[in-house]
Write a protein of this length. Structure first.
Length: 155
């Protein structure tokens, strides 16, 4: 068989296989979420202002990878100062309710009441970036100074 014909014949299979692989790799894992949170903590400890700017930069692959992202809020006001959804910046995290559950208040309380540096896992439902349908999610959350931060992955 002519090599060009073989390559042409196999091209659709390669494209379909690669597409399936790309779809399967879109979801971040628990381990990747925890690693991203550790990077976020290190960045906040080094320079809080620069870290928050990096968390809000969607082109920064250290803090936006697949469907993983860092979110942070001020522990005095509750206001988000980092999130993948720019519409949430400045909103009081404690007011977020999904399906009647006060998820924002629950996460705020877990972080506020834990010793600094303690990482807790929180299960809840939340829409994936760019969607409105809430789906199961688990976030690793912690307190760094006056910041409550987390990184979640969709189950």
């Amino acid at each position: 068989m002519d090599r060009r014909i073989l390559i042409f014949a196999l091209a659709p299979f390669a494209l379909l296989s690669g597409g399936a692989l790309a779809v399967a790799q879109q979801a971040g894992t628990a381990a990747e979420a925890r690693t991203m949170l550790d990077r976020a903590v290190a960045a906040l400890n080094a320079n809080e202002t620069a870290a928050l700017a990096a968390f809000n930069d969607k082109d920064n692959n250290d803090f936006h990878y697949r469907d993983l992202y860092v979110f942070c809020f001020d522990l005095t006001t509750g206001a988000f100062n980092a999130h993948a959804n720019p519409a949430l910046i400045g909103r009081d995290s404690r007011t977020i309710k999904l399906g009647g559950e006060p998820i924002g208040q629950r996460i705020f309380d877990i972080i506020k009441n834990a010793p600094e540096g303690t990482v807790s896992a929180v299960d809840y439902i939340f829409p994936k970036p760019g969607t409105t349908e809430p789906v199961p999610k688990e976030s690793y959350v912690t307190r760094i100074g006056n910041e409550g931060c987390g990184v979640g992955y969709y189950k």
